[in-house]
Design a protein around this ligand. Structure first.
Ligand SMILES: Cc1cc2nc3c(=O)[nH]c(=O)nc-3n(C[C@H](O)[C@H](O)[C@H](O)COP(=O)(O)OP(=O)(O)OC[C@H]3O[C@@H](n4cnc5c(N)ncnc54)[C@H](O)[C@@H]3O)c2cc1C
Length: 356
């Protein structure tokens, strides 16, 4: 296997440092990094034994993973940057974006073309290719609501497949792709977006932020999608540490989903515990941030591994923490929540090089 160069559509870097390729900023390296500029090269690449037979980590912006150790096999990074409208009936359009496109850049591109739908997901770090993996969500919207098709290279079949939304098994921070991480390499995602859609303002704080921006509350139902995106960006900049300044991967834990009876029992003794609908009548979703805060972890620091002072869900690297130290802290947090509340926490980022 040789360096493909520009003609073959990929480039190989041996012993690649990944420190700058993960938003925790922890040290990691890979025996081989393959930068794929043209996804048409994937069938050829997966013909080589090292990719065909070994573990392969597909890496986007590294904003939803923790290198607790080095990845064992090759790392693949997709570079495709094309975004285009492939269907448009004047009211609804389908936008196709390559996996390598930066997510927030796509949100701005769609808004700039008068297309609404992704505005509540503004400023989420990472790439388009990673968006379906955990079905990214924020401010009352999940990306699955707007996914039309995910196009991926299927390592099991050895060919490119097109999966419709219903085939992707999307759930809260979950999908077919997340459950079977070695099978699919997402090449492009097609989104269905509207030219005239009512804004989604039910999430706490959004209407207030629009008001603070000087937009009339009465008019906020007809707020333009780009104003909603701006409101979301303002809230996010206040609440979440910027990974460029303080290494982090956003929320480290998913909100736990528990039986409704357990949620009610917990609320009977802890009236301030926020409880949300769990997706069906029998379950409820609890605020992981509240549970962690109640155990006293907010602002905790040990060496350079810590919990953000502004948000109990966000683990941070103050400088030189290793991935293993951050994982150890996360496990201690989960243990304390389990011991105090009887609730298990699951990490949201993918853990590389160790098991949870
Ligand atoms: C400050 C901050 C705030 C955040 N806020 C949110 C939020 O509000 N909501 C939310 O849902 N997430 C949030 N996240 C998490 C993260 O931004 C998203 O999960 C994002 O989609 C990850 O994109 P990425 O390109 O960085 O993926 P990576 O971290 O590189 O990869 C994440 C996973 O996706 C897989 N993957 C990546 N690209 C591909 C591909 N092309 N094909 C197949 N698999 C692939 C990887 O193998 C890995 O399993 C936040 C993170 C940070 C740092």
């Amino acid at each position: 296997m040789t360096d493909g160069g520009a003609v073959a559509g990929y480039r190989i870097v041996e012993n690649a440092r990944l420190d700058a390729r993960n938003t925790f900023g922890v040290h990691a390296s890979a025996p081989m990094l393959v930068e794929v500029a043209d996804a048409a090269a994937l069938p050829e690449l997966f013909g080589y034994a090292i990719l065909r037979d070994g573990p392969v980590l597909v890496l986007g912006g590294g904003s939803n993973l923790l290198f607790a150790g080095d990845p064992q096999g090759a790392v693949l990074a997709l570079g495709g940057q094309q975004v285009r409208i492939i269907e448009d009936d004047g009211g609804q359009a389908i936008v196709r974006a390559d996996a390598g496109v930066e997510w927030h850049a796509l949100v701005l591109w769609t808004l700039g073309h008068g297309l609404a739908g992704l505005e509540n997901l503004a400023l989420i770090p990472g790439t388009v290719g990673a968006a379906p993996i955990q079905n990214i969500g924020a401010y009352g919207v999940e990306v699955r609501e707007h996914i039309h098709v995910v196009e991926a290279f299927d390592r099991t079949l050895g060919e490119v497949v097109r999966l419709a939304r219903a085939d992707c098994a999307f759930a809260y921070r979950d999908s077919l792709f997340k459950r079977d991480p070695d099978r699919y390499v997402v090449i492009a995602v097609e989104f269905v977006l509207q030219r005239d859609a009512a804004p989604r303002l039910e999430y706490a704080g959004l209407r207030e932020e629009l008001l603070a921006m000087g937009l009339d509350a009465a008019a906020s139902d007809s707020a333009r999608a780009s104003q909603v995106a701006e409101a979301v960006c303002r809230i996010r900049r206040r609440k979440l540490p910027d990974p460029a300044v303080l290494g982090n991967a956003g929320s480290f834990f998913k909100n736990p989903i528990v039986p409704a009876a357990q949620a009610e029992a917990l609320q009977a003794t802890h009236a301030s515990l926020p409880v949300f609908r769990g997706g069906d009548d029998a379950t409820r979703k609890l605020s992981a941030a509240w549970l962690i805060d109640a155990c006293g972890w907010k602002g905790f620091r040990e060496g350079d591994a810590g919990v953000a002072a502004s948000h109990a869900l966000v683990l941070v690297n103050h400088g030189q923490a290793s991935g293993a130290q951050l994982l150890d802290l996360a496990q201690r947090i989960a243990t304390s929540v389990r011991e105090r509340f009887g609730v298990g926490l699951e990490p949201e980022p993918r853990i590389i090089g160790a098991t949870w």
